[in-house]
Design a protein around this ligand. Structure first.
Ligand SMILES: [Zn+2]
Length: 150
């Protein structure tokens, strides 16, 4: 983010346009894909000689933690898709799947078709009686810890 010219050989600080009648500052952004310089004129108010597509307006959002928190709060409606809510939902889904595993291991469910769909990353399949016992221990410990219900 400086006004240093990029290291390309055919870099140009000026843009000649309108059939040679206008000379203006050229955007100094370099394409990641082609490696070529942006062909748009830089904004006059741009401190870093960039067009409006490449940050020439100079405002890239809040920087301080307080400002970021304020922006996040302004864009949050219900918090349904917040990281904490999604993790709680994943844990609850994994718990249901483990209960289904346990019911199959214990013979309570004879239908071998399993619940379809993607499993949460925190899901570990319960395969035998030892797994059922471990699941019950985890469940008790989780309830003592008591972060979220399921
Ligand atoms: Zn540009």
């Amino acid at each position: 983010m400086s006004s240093m010219p990029p290291s390309t050989t055919n870099y140009s600080a000026l843009l000649i346009t309108a059939g040679g009648r206008l000379v203006c500052a050229r955007c100094t952004a370099k394409s990641k894909r082609t490696g070529e310089q942006c062909g748009r004129p830089a904004l006059k108010a741009s401190k870093n000689q960039k067009c409006e597509f490449h940050g020439g307006r100079g405002n890239s959002g809040p920087k301080t933690p307080k400002g970021k928190a304020r922006a996040a709060a302004a864009h949050t409606k219900t918090g349904e898709f917040s990281k904490a809510a999604r993790e709680a939902h994943a844990r609850a889904s994994a718990r249901l799947l483990r209960l289904e595993d346990a019911a199959i291991v214990l013979g309570l469910i004879t239908d071998t078709r399993r619940s379809p769909g993607r499993k949460p990353n925190c899901y570990v399949q319960v395969k035998d009686l030892a797994g059922v016992a471990q699941m019950m221990v985890d469940d008790v410990l989780h309830r003592v810890g008591g972060s979220d219900g399921g």
